[in-house]
Write a protein that binds this ligand. Structure first.
Ligand SMILES: Cc1cc2nc3c(=O)[nH]c(=O)nc-3n(C[C@H](O)[C@H](O)[C@H](O)COP(=O)(O)OP(=O)(O)OC[C@H]3O[C@@H](n4cnc5c(N)ncnc54)[C@H](O)[C@@H]3O)c2cc1C
Ligand code: FES
Ligand code: FES
Length: 1254
């Protein structure tokens, strides 16, 4: 693929690997071709991970390195994303840059719609997208001027590289000779003519035609399907021909979706409006197929999409409903075939013969009185395969509403697209009618969501009824706008002092140019070996034999590492439990690491891994769900409990008691950079250098040393930067690094493997009993939490503890009890994830508050149940820690006001009265989040600061840079303390050689601790220079430094910060586990389509108390990014496991994180003014984790909208809405009559559901 060619062969590492499957956009590059007919040069953004190099003959490829650099000249797209703070970890940034660059090459004056469409195929896990949108808004006319244009480089087309003239000449010559490329195992043939193509197809009927490679490429990469011969007909002109006739348009099968889109747009202009229904419907679907990069390479309906015949193709239902036909061609002749129910035979099967190709597709213009519409519902509005889609066409008798002909096709409800034939027959000859559901899906239908998919078939038809009767069905759209309220620096602060100012992330520019180096970008070392891990395919089994004899025979395979090859300790110990590095006798989950294949290339190691055969003897006692764990008492100990007051008495005295529950699903970290390691043996005295991407280098150093049986002083760990982490690169990283060290090799995990092995956020089942008074006061609450920990303990017991410490959130409940348990199951072990259990437990308490409000028939905010129960004055938490909630209350009041809550609530009520199938909802939630580690020793930090003779300063500290901007803030600290410009200060990496025994960069405490250590070191140095400064007050920094050197004053110092002495005594159930609290309040409003469960966040307002921010733009980046991650957690991200414990969701195509289309349309963030914090550096507060929970304001706003829908259905009172509130859950909870119909007809049988409810 182009990606590995760029990265490994050309050493152009700016283009990143994020998923390898076209789903993240990190690998975006621009491909340009010259068209000799139009004399135009066309540019496309494409996914390099799916683009075969062989297909690039005659094309120019531009990578991020080609458009600008910090060494020569930046390109404005690079500069603007950086200056707008749109690059945090930076791993997604080159891809964003290239998508935007390509857009500008094609359209130098884009609209905001063009920008968001152009970026829809790019994911970012850090920023929350808003700053990227704002950075690129500056290229659009008529947009708010958020930046002074004078500070930005102008867009200058003369800066762009020219298209290579030799490629133009090549294109003009039209040298269409056959190209043949032979690899180790595969032959790639690109025929020069149609006849040759047909001959090849006759010779190799099983060989696939590779056009966009978006289907076949995925099969080969992820399903291990191998094709010895591949035919690539991209040179065959007949496949790209477009002809327009009065009856319709004929489009060549090789046209990309993007090209088809332009053909349809042209046809809509050229044909009379009443004939364009079909074109419009198809266009509407095409716009939503994949991201821009996928549409640019994927062949149109004729080719790949039709021939792939997969069940949720967006095009085939509308092509089938719209009377389209195709021309199939082989050496034996041509035939015209209707694209209808007889064309699709089953999953990935059509009536096409093996030697036939699709030449073209005919798309007919609509006839008078004929209406065509397409519908789709997907887990995310953009860049997501449809859950259910449909093509519908109705032809009425002239001047009447009587149906002459009707055709309805659904995708996503069977092995292939389905025609609702029976329903259509019933409709013909009648007036508009409602459809009854004839689509049957068994309880274990692949994809699950059985009731939802069935109800969608009805509600989409209902929508068709509405729109074909000229009703307008619109859903809220708009442009993303924002207000950011930052802080002013203190009066009298020197202009040079950067603390408190919105300084750009220190390496944002190199991130945007692709120069920033991540672990996998390091230059190859001589004799480098590559490692691929082999994992268990069984949830619980004895390993009876591992046979790697076949693997060792394969080319390039050097060795296979098993547990027996580990020279030192074969396990890591966490909270008293041992975790094996490689399973030896028994496996306890699918995905557990068993052995590792070492080879001379990644491809060889992968082949080797596929050849390893592990024999198992299954063990029957498998536990997957928390219910099963409870039944079998399968827990990691200790189980914790905390209580204050007398809960039983509180419940007795309450006027009402309610018992409820909520389940919160897990979450995948989905850091864009997968786990990555390079271990280099120095060859002397057992020294090892480990380059890796971890939040905790010291822990890895210790693990590697123990595994190799050598002292820690022989192992040095080096972390330049991480492409995101979010808690997922602490413990698992150490284990993976240890295995890599045994083989002294290179491991860069692929996305699916990463998602399988490394675990994620714990799913939690929360059960509660609450007692309350009629006025809303809560007198007692009793909570029980069960976290699904997976097969090994990892940090699960600590997560379960943190859950108990935050169970009160912002509420002063006099009688309060919590019990938590980490359930041991046969699923991959879960680990730390931003918030460490807090986002789960707080959803439970807020859900309880919501239930109290619903029980009392009141809105949760109306003289609010939340407000009534909130901490208001200096109080003790349930673990007896004193704190002052003044700023919590201030955040609440300010957010209510800024969000104009009460006024908007009235507007929403009115909207809901006027709309039956669209409802709006609003919710506001507070958060009180404890900062620091309850384990006191983890709060310490150290730093090392060197001043060199030229005055430049090198700062090392124990924190790792993973996008949160710690190096930037530390640079600001050093600048203030040494009183020198930041330009003199450099931070190279985090290394165990410079700063030993570091603590993890986690718990929102990185800057608090490391900033203080750096401050200490700088103050020591500054004080040492004092006599010199005094002697020469007018001297420069450089003078002082050289003088100090000549006077033999040490210009190097270590700094140390002991940290807070925090603790929690679980026996006494009291302690001071946190240094202080960060407070915030978030308010969100949504509009919900009750027919599909689709929602749009219309507005979010957030007020956060972060004391005096060291860098407001970086902190706002953390607030927005965490909010969006929370929005994902609570409303869309779903991990799915099969009934035998296999993780289905292993990449961006199955697991959806928020994208550009999910950003609230109005997104306002305010920092609470006038706040300070005596417990942290420069009065700041930690902010990395807290605002994840504010994403739940969207969850509760959806719940509020669902409540309104239920009211229309005659349902009132509390109801259980589990998290994530996906469209499926929201739609079913709305209880419209469509969902009722399918439930009534539901065929619930004994069959196992497709996915587990863990
Ligand atoms: C990230 C991602 C997102 C996607 N999102 C969507 C989406 O939202 N909606 C949607 O509908 N699809 C989506 N797709 C699927 C995509 O549209 C299809 O994979 C694509 O249309 C297939 O075209 P291709 O040229 O890439 O096919 P290839 O992978 O090149 O080929 C696929 C198959 O079609 C056959 N074939 C190709 N051309 C011909 C021909 N002319 N005659 C006969 N057989 C032929 C090949 O032999 C092969 O078996 C997505 C894919 C990816 C990777
Ligand atoms: S790496 Fe290519 S799209 Fe993700
Ligand atoms: S900055 Fe986008 S993924 Fe990190």
């Amino acid at each position: 693929m182009l990606l590995s060619f760029l990265r490994k062969n050309l050493r152009l590492t700016g283009t990143k690997y994020g998923c390898g499957g076209g789903g993240c956009g990190a690998c975006t590059v621009m491909v340009s071709r010259y068209d000799p007919q139009t004399k135009n040069i066309n540019h496309w953004s494409v996914n390099a991970c799916l683009l075969p190099v062989c297909q690039l003959h005659g094309a120019a490829v531009t990578t991020v390195e080609g458009i600008g650099s910090t060494k020569t000249k930046l390109h404005p797209v690079q500069e603007r994303i950086a200056k707008a703070h749109g690059s945090q970890c930076g791993f997604c940034t080159p891809g964003m840059v290239m998508s935007m660059y390509t857009l500008l090459r094609n359209n130098p004056q884009p609209t905001m719609e063009d920008v968001t469409e152009g970026l829809a195929g790019n994911l970012c896990r850090c920023t929350g997208y808003r700053p990227i949108v704002d950075g690129y808004r500056t290229f659009c006319e008529g947009q708010p001027e958020l930046f002074s244009k004078g500070d930005l480089l102008p867009l200058d087309p003369t800066q762009d590289l020219i298209f290579p003239p030799e490629l133009m000449r090549l294109a003009e010559v039209k040298d269409q000779t056959t190209q043949r490329f032979c690899g180790e195992r595969m032959t790639w043939i690109s025929p020069g003519s149609l006849n040759e193509l047909l001959q090849l197809k006759a010779d190799y009927p099983q060989a696939p035609l590779v056009m966009g490679n978006t289907n076949i490429g995925l099969d080969m990469k992820f399903k291990g399907i191998f094709h010895p011969v591949i035919i690539s007909p991209t040179q065959v002109p007949e496949l790209f021909k477009v002809t327009q006739k009065p009856e319709g348009v004929c489009v060549g099968a090789g046209c990309s979706m993007s090209f088809l889109k332009s053909v349809l747009e042209r046809s809509i202009n050229d044909f009379p409006p009443e004939s364009t229904h079909m074109f419009r419907a198809l266009l509407q679907q095409i716009k939503l197929v994949g991201g821009q990069q996928i549409r640019n390479v994927a062949v149109s309906t004729l080719g790949g999409n039709i021939a792939s015949a997969y069940p949720n193709s967006d095009l085939t239902p509308i092509l089938a409903a719209g009377r389209c036909t195709l021309v199939a061609l082989s050496k034996d002749g041509r035939r015209r075939v209707p694209i209808d129910k007889d064309f699709f035979l089953g999953f990935a099967k059509t009536v096409l013969k093996p030697d036939e190709i699709v030449l073209s597709v005919f798309i007919p213009a609509s006839r008078p009185n004929e209406i065509v519409h397409a519908f789709r519902h997907a887990p995310r509005k953009e860049s997501a395969l449809a859950t259910v889609n449909a093509g519908m066409r109705v032809w009425f008798n002239e001047n009447s509403n009587v149906v002459k002909e009707i055709s309805i096709y659904y995708g996503g409800v069977g092995a292939t697209i389905l025609s609702a034939d029976r329903a259509c027959q019933q409709i013909v000859g009648r007036y508009r009618v409602n459809l009854c559901c004839h689509i049957k899906l068994g309880p274990s239908a692949p994809g699950g969501k059985v009731d939802f998919r069935r109800s969608l078939t009805l509600s989409l038809f209902f929508k068709f009824n509405l729109v074909s009767g000229s009703a307008i069905w619109s859903f809220y759209t708009g442009k993303i706008m924002c207000v950011l309220c930052v802080q002013n620096v203190l009066e009298g602060q020197s202009a040079q002092d950067p603390v408190g100012r919105p300084m750009m992330h220190r390496t944002a520019l190199s991130q945007a140019t692709g120069e920033a180096v991540y672990c996998d970008d390091l230059p190859q070392t001589d004799g480098e070996l590559f490692l691929v891990i082999v994992t268990s395919s069984r949830p619980h089994a004895k390993i009876t034999h591992i046979d790697f004899s076949e693997a060792l025979k394969l080319p390039g395979v050097v060795d296979v590492i098993t547990a027996k090859d580990i020279p030192g300790k074969r396990f890591r110990t966490f909270t008293g439990y041992d975790e094996e590095l490689l399973a030896e006798d028994e496996v306890t989950c699918v995905g557990q690491m068993v052995c590792a294949v070492v080879a001379d290339s990644k491809a060889h190691a992968k082949r080797g891994a596929a050849a390893v055969k592990i024999s198992y003897e299954d063990l029957q006692d498998r536990i997957f769900t928390v219910e099963e764990a409870i039944e079998k008492e399968s827990f990691f100990l200790p189980r914790r409990q905390i209580e204050r007051g007398d809960v039983e008495k509180g419940l007795r005295e309450a006027e009402q008691v309610y018992e409820g529950e909520i389940r919160i699903g897990g979450q995948e970290h989905f850091y864009l950079e997968t786990q990555s390691f390079l271990v280099i043996p120095i060859g002397e005295e057992k020294e090892m250098k480990v380059y890796l991407s971890t939040q905790h280098p010291a822990f890895t150093q210790e693990a590697v040393a123990e595994t190799l049986g050598i002292p820690s002083n022989r192992v040095s760990c080096h972390v330049k930067r991480l492409g995101g982490a979010f808690g997922g690169k602490v413990t698992k990283t150490a284990i993976l690094a240890s295995i890599t060290a045994v083989a002294a090799s290179n491991l860069a995990s692929i996305r699916g493997e990463d998602m399988l092995i490394t675990g994620g956020r714990h799913p939690v089942w929360g059960i509660y009993k609450v007692g309350f008074m009629k006025d809303g006061r809560i007198t007692a609450a009793d909570f029980q939490y069960y976290a699904n920990a997976g097969n090994v303990v990892d940090e699960s017991v600590l997560v379960a503890e943190k859950i108990l410490l935050h169970l009160d959130n912002a509420y002063n409940i006099p009688n309060l009890r919590g019990r938590s348990a980490a359930c041991k199951t046969n699923l991959p072990s879960n680990t730390a994830f931003r918030g460490f259990g807090v986002p789960q437990c707080m959803l439970v308490v807020e859900s309880m508050i919501d239930d109290v409000a619903l029980k009392l028939g009141r809105l949760p905010e109306e003289v609010s149940i939340r407000e009534i129960n909130m901490y208001k004055e200096v109080s003790l938490t349930h673990y007896k820690m004193e704190f002052d909630p003044e700023n919590l209350v201030r955040c609440w009041n300010e957010c209510m006001k800024k969000a104009d809550f009460r006024q908007r609530r009235q507007g929403i009520d009115l909207f809901n009265q006027q709309n039956q199938f669209k409802k709006r909802g609003i919710a506001i939630v507070p958060i009180k989040y404890g900062i620091g580690f309850a384990e006191a020793f983890l709060n310490q930090a150290a730093a090392l600061v060197h001043i060199y003779k030229d005055g430049s300063v090198l700062v090392s500290h124990g924190g790792t840079e993973m996008g949160q901007g710690i190096h930037t803030k530390v640079q600001q600290v050093a600048s203030r303390e040494l009183n020198i410009p930041t330009s003199l200060i450099h931070i190279s990496e985090t290394s165990t050689q410079c700063v030993p025994n570091t603590c993890p960069s986690a718990a929102s405490f990185g800057t608090d601790a490391n900033g203080m250590a750096v401050k200490d070191a700088c103050q020591i140095l500054y004080n040492r220079l004092e006599p010199i400064r005094k002697k020469n007050p007018k001297g420069t920094w450089q003078n002082w430094i050289i003088t100090a050197f000549l006077q033999k004053i040490s210009l190097s110092a270590t700094g140390y910060y002991r940290g807070h002495d925090l603790d929690m005594d679980w026996e006494k159930q009291e302690g001071k586990p946190y240094a202080y609290f960060t407070y915030a309040v978030g308010c969100s409003e949504v509009e919900l389509d009750c027919l599909t469960g689709e929602y749009r966040t219309l507005r979010t307002d957030i007020v956060v108390d972060i004391g005096r921010s060291i860098n407001p733009s970086i902190d706002i980046g953390q607030i927005e990014g965490a909010f969006m991650q929370g929005l994902g957690l609570y409303t869309m991200e779903e991990l799915k496991f099969s009934p035998s414990g296999v993780l289905y969701t292993r990449g961006p195509s199955q697991y959806k994180i928020p994208s550009f289309c999910d950003v609230p349309l109005k997104f306002n963030v305010y920092l609470l003014a006038g706040s300070s914090n005596p417990h942290a550096i420069y009065s700041s507060k930690g902010i990395g984790e807290p605002t994840v929970f504010l994403g739940s304001s969207v969850f509760f706003a959806i719940k509020d909208a669902v409540t309104a829908a239920r009211k229309d259905a005659g349902l009132t009172g509390p109801f259980q809405l589990n998290s994530p509130a996906t469209p499926e859950r929201a739609c079913l909870a709305c209880a419209t009559h469509f969902t009722q119909m399918v439930r009534d007809e539901s065929t619930s049988g004994p069959a196992q559901p497709w996915a587990l409810n863990i």
